[in-house]
Design a protein around this ligand. Structure first.
Ligand SMILES: [Zn+2]
Ligand SMILES: [Zn+2]
Ligand SMILES: [Zn+2]
Length: 126
């Protein structure tokens, strides 16, 4: 009797393992066997007026049909300062000032500066 119970337990465990394997590999992959592969997504997220964070995320996908199987959590890689490229000229204002907009080259943060400008020709920093 003891041996039989052990056997039953063993078979149940085996069945659970088999069911898991089948449900993972069957999926909806048009009959082909799932071949998992991973790639990394990266993004910059604005933190505050001076810094943004760089994050990465692991995406697991089927190598054959490229269906995404799982999407990992965003993980912090590093925190760095915004880097501003060339300004966008927002134009001369009627109150005798001039506005420039600086966009961060990585995230969507931007800052605007407004300074006194005599106009015609406008005084641009560079
Ligand atoms: Zn597939
Ligand atoms: Zn930034
Ligand atoms: Zn101006």
């Amino acid at each position: 009797m003891k041996i039989n119970k052990k056997m039953v337990c063993y078979i149940i465990v085996l069945l659970i393992v088999l069911v898991n394997v089948v449900s993972v590999s069957a999926g909806n992959h048009n009959g082909h066997v799932l071949v998992p592969d991973t790639r990394n997504n990266f993004r910059y997220v604005k933190l505050n007026d001076t810094q943004h964070k760089f994050e990465s995320q692991v995406i697991t996908f089927c190598k054959i049909c490229h269906d995404v199987i799982s999407t990992g959590k965003w993980q912090l890689v590093s925190t760095t300062n915004h880097s501003f490229g060339q300004y966008t000229n927002m134009g001369h204002n009627s109150n005798g000032t001039h506005t420039l907009k600086y966009n961060c080259t990585s995230c969507d943060y931007f800052k605007q500066t407004t300074y006194n400008c005599s106009g015609n020709p406008c005084q641009l920093p560079y």
